[in-house]
Design a protein around this ligand. Structure first.
Ligand code: GDP
Ligand code: MN
Length: 379
């Protein structure tokens, strides 16, 4: 999960990294009040989870609260690389002497943590790395050793950062470890006119697998407001759901099977409307939640339920589907393929229920073909 700049800023502050005083606003009026409380002159910054806001016009100076209100009015509602701006952060401006870049990232391909640092911060680091690779230091970090004072000094030296940046490097490593992040980035880290080292912009990606032990992000309801609303509703119910562009709703048990199902549906000339893995157990409750989520997508024309009874037995899954049919208002055709443990009994359970909108398929390919045909017909 990527955090907003204002969330990253709070983490930095809590770990002793200096950040400008700031406040968040969702309306021009709030922005004015925030500017007043910050002393009048502010930087107004679009809060979107993508970089390059400055260049896109999402970072602007305002001389007083009235112009902060006007500026916020311009920036709120802007579209930055496909992200709608719903909040701005107002920050006390900083007099910049020099801009640096520092980050730690988990390099999954190489299986190491990397410290990446440069004395040429401010612009996007990829550009510096492309034009002057020698200006960007990349130093592997041994997670067992971490980044202590000596390690931080070494990184600062390699990247030609001032020695005063070293404590920030050590603290930023603590943010990564203690907040279960897979990326922490400060760009720019600046030296101010009064020789302070301040983090002006921050990017943090929290490891989703660790959300359960990070109190602030643990609840599935903590979904950022720029997420697709269908996805947000499904995730709030604990479902593993990803919205896609097509018209065949897909429900399956096990991520591998669901991914294969998406491929097979696409192979039949239809487009999947979503990825939804209801997991090994596939209880009635989860099946009902899953059906509700998929059917609430107006683009869905039919649903392909593809279940392989591995851990779950198919008759339990069929019971789940039958119970879900009682509680969910099914408005679109369902193609159900049951195979694996107790498939014959599962099919019998569904056949006995004889729901007018439910048809069974004997194979995955057959089910996908039928679903694709139903979607084309647009029933
Ligand atoms: P980004 O474009 O999304 O990376 O947004 P940043 O927050 O990094 O801001 C872009 C640039 O705006 C920075 O690299 C700075 O040069 C400038 N900037 C941001 N805040 C301040 C500030 O308080 N004072 C000054 N002088 N410049 C700032
Ligand atoms: Mn930046």
């Amino acid at each position: 999960m990527d955090l907003y700049e204002y969330e990253a800023r709070e983490l930095f502050r809590d770990h002793g990294i200096a950040v400008p005083d700031a406040a968040v606003a969702a309306s021009p009026r709030e922005a004015r009040a925030a500017a007043e409380s910050l002393g009048g002159r502010v930087v107004v910054k679009a809060q979107v989870r993508t970089g390059g806001r400055g260049r896109a016009g999402g970072v602007k100076f305002a001389a007083d609260p009235a112009s902060a209100e006007l500026t916020a009015r311009q920036i709120l509602g802007m579209d930055i690389k496909g992200h709608a701006v719903r909040k701005v952060m107002l920050a006390q401006p900083v007099d910049i002497q020099a801009e640096f870049y520092i980050s730690y990232v988990l390099d999954c391909a190489a299986g190491v943590f990397l410290a990446i640092a440069s004395a040429e911060g401010g612009t996007e680091i990829e550009e510096v790395a492309a034009s002057r690779p020698e200006a960007v230091a990349r130093i592997p970090v041994d997670p067992r050793r971490g980044v202590d004072a000596a390690g931080a000094a070494e990184i600062a030296r390699a990247a030609h950062l001032p020695p005063e940046a070293a404590p920030v490097l050590a603290r930023l490593w603590q943010v990564l470890v203690q907040r279960d992040a897979v990326l922490v980035e400060v760009n720019p880290l600046v030296r101010t006119a009064s020789d302070r080292i301040v983090a002006l912009d921050g990017k943090v990606t929290v490891d989703d697998n660790a959300r359960f032990r990070q109190a602030r992000w643990a609840s599935p309801e903590v979904v950022h407001d720029d997420v697709d609303p269908l996805e947000a509703a499904a995730v709030a119910k604990g479902l593993t759901y990803v919205k896609l562009d097509g018209e065949v709703g897909v429900i399956g048990n096990g991520a591998g099977l669901v991914m294969a199902t998406l491929d097979v549906v696409a192979g039949c000339g239809a487009r999947p409307a979503n990825f939804l893995d209801i997991g090994g157990g596939a209880s009635a409750r989860v099946m009902a939640d899953g059906l509700t989520a998929v059917l609430s997508d107006p683009a869905v024309k039919c649903v392909f339920v593809n279940v392989f009874g591995g851990i779950a037995s198919c008759d339990a899954v069929a019971d789940g589907i039958v119970q879900a049919l009682e509680s969910v208002h099914v408005t679109k055709p369902l193609v159900v393929r049951l195979d694996g443990n107790d498939a014959a009994r599962g099919r019998a359970v569904l056949a006995a229920r004889a729901h007018p909108l439910v048809q069974q398929a004997a194979t995955m390919d057959g089910g996908a073909r039928r679903a694709a045909r139903l979607a084309r017909r647009g029933v």
